[in-house]
Design a protein around this ligand. Structure first.
Ligand SMILES: NC(=O)c1ccc[n+]([C@@H]2O[C@H](COP(=O)([O-])OP(=O)(O)OC[C@H]3O[C@@H](n4cnc5c(N)ncnc54)[C@H](O)[C@@H]3O)[C@@H](O)[C@H]2O)c1
Length: 434
């Protein structure tokens, strides 16, 4: 660890895939911290990310590593960002923390991508390991830093809630046409399907909007109950299951053992004023539109807000007479290159990565705990597991409930919605375990 108080905070990036590139791009707008090291199991990919960081001038002489422990021991590394797949979360965090507790390295902080774990037991284990190593910590939920949410929340609470009362309903959705890497589709590796992958965002965005600025959502909102539905709507159909088998060989057969590609959940909370409030979260991997669609609404007694990412910053048009190549240069999870298309000019800023990394690295530099911490990650995981249980059993789950050892049927490959007599909008109820 660098001990000079004026030196920029040195960031080590663990995992060199899709989201690592997004984070590195965001650093172009960040001062006071630099990327100093990258890691991947493949030296070639770690080198590629390091060169990308140097090309964008967000780091000089960025050192690529294959080995996590070597990156943590690098004296230029002050904090690490954990950006590897969900099934590696506990092992990767353990490898980092062991270097600290054994005295082989020192770090100021650790930032961990969503979800914190594939289930509650894993999320708690990650938080315990980090606490045991005495590190500052951040849960990387970018949406609560997205300007479209932070600014509108300020306005809603300052102009609306202060005069007519607290907001009562947050409606948050995230949809796209399906993930980019094979492991996301594997229910066991990922911890479930779209509920685990995307509802972590929508739920936390909802809790954020319903909570006054300066308060912790886990303190302000007491969970009361949740109802939920999961379904296999698109990717379990013959044509799409066959396509998945072609594009991601080795992934489970979605005809018989899909992960859910649709999930909704309605959470009731009691807020700090003693009022009942609701988060409606809906997520899907079955949305075929221009690209990823994030939408948010907040309703209060005399005010409301709404935001939709596909409104974009601009629209462009390309005629049918132009030959096009596939890309994601207009927006994330882009599905088309022709016709009228929305463009998001600065995606790392619009989705919240820039403000997230600015805040987290500043807090680590100042020796302070970021607001969105691993405790938030544990709270979100607990709420998500309750939604899975409600969907699997077709029941209303009331809080508090003990989900310490619960693993969703989807993550155990025991969810067979297309072969159950009722056609299966719910899971295999006999196999639900809580
Ligand atoms: N905040 C967001 O909106 C957002 C978006 C995408 C992904 N994510 C999260 O980021 C994490 C990474 O996702 P991604 O999209 O970059 O995935 P990815 O598949 O694009 O990249 C994963 C990286 O981890 C490496 N890796 C794979 N298996 C590994 C193993 N066993 N041990 C160590 N490294 C391994 C891969 O080589 C690759 O470099 C996931 O937890 C995901 O949920 C968050």
């Amino acid at each position: 660890m660098n001990t000079s108080p004026s030196a920029p905070l040195g960031i080590g990036i663990i995992g060199s895939g899709f989201i690592a590139h997004f984070h590195v791009r965001s650093w172009q707008a960040i001062r006071g911290s630099d990327i100093v090291a990258t890691q991947s199991r493949s030296m070639e990919r770690a080198r590629e990310l390091a060169s990308y960081a140097e090309e964008l001038r967000v780091g000089n002489e960025v050192t690529p590593y294959e080995d996590i422990a070597s990156l943590v021991r690098d004296e230029r590394v002050d904090a690490v960002w954990v950006l590897t797949p969900n099934h590696t979360r506990v092992d990767v965090v353990r490898a980092i923390c062991e270097e600290i507790t054994a005295g082989r390295a020192t770090l100021r902080g650790i930032a961990v991508e969503k979800p914190l774990g594939r289930n509650l037991a894993e999320a708690r284990q990650v938080a315990e390991l980090v606490r045991g190593a005495g590190l500052l910590h951040a849960y990387l939920e970018n949406q609560v830093y997205a300007p479209r949410l932070t600014r509108t929340r300020e306005l809603m609470w300052a102009r609306g809630a202060s005069r007519s009362g607290t907001p009562y309903l947050a409606r948050c959705t995230e949809e796209h046409s399906g993930p980019h890497s094979a492991w996301f589709w594997d229910g066991e590796a990922q911890g479930g399907g779209v509920l685990n992958d995307l509802m972590c965002h929508s739920l936390e965005a909802g809790r954020f909007l319903l909570t006054p600025p300066g308060h912790d959502p886990s303190q302000w909102l007491r969970p009361v109950s949740v109802t939920a539905t999961i379904a296999s709507l698109r990717w379990g159909r013959e044509h799409y299951a066959a396509r998945l088998a072609r594009t991601h060989p080795g992934v489970q057969d979605y005809r018989t053992t899909p992960s859910e590609d649709y999930a909704n959940a309605t959470y009731t909370f009691v807020n700090g004023d003693g009022e009942p409030v609701i988060v409606e979260a809906m997520t899907s991997w079955g949305y075929v539109g221009a690209g990823m669609r994030l939408s948010f609404e907040l309703l209060g007694p005399e005010y409301s807000m709404s935001a939709n990412s596909l409104s974009g910053d601009a629209t462009v048009f390309f005629s049918r007479d132009l030959d096009q190549t596939e890309g994601e240069d207009m927006l994330e999870k882009q599905n088309a290159e022709q016709g009228l298309m929305p463009v998001i000019a600065d995606e790392p800023a619009a989705y919240g990565y820039t403000a997230e990394n600015t805040h987290v690295s500043r807090m680590f530099t100042e020796g302070k705990q970021p607001d969105e911490s691993l405790d938030s990650g544990v709270a979100v995981t607990e709420l998500l597991m309750a939604a899975y249980y409600a969907a699997e059993t077709g029941t209303v789950v009331h809080f508090p409930t003990d989900l310490s050892d619960y693993v969703p049927a989807v993550a155990r490959r025991a969810w067979h919605p297309r072969t159950t007599p009722e056609g299966g909008s719910t899971g295999d109820r006999n196999e639900a375990q809580a």
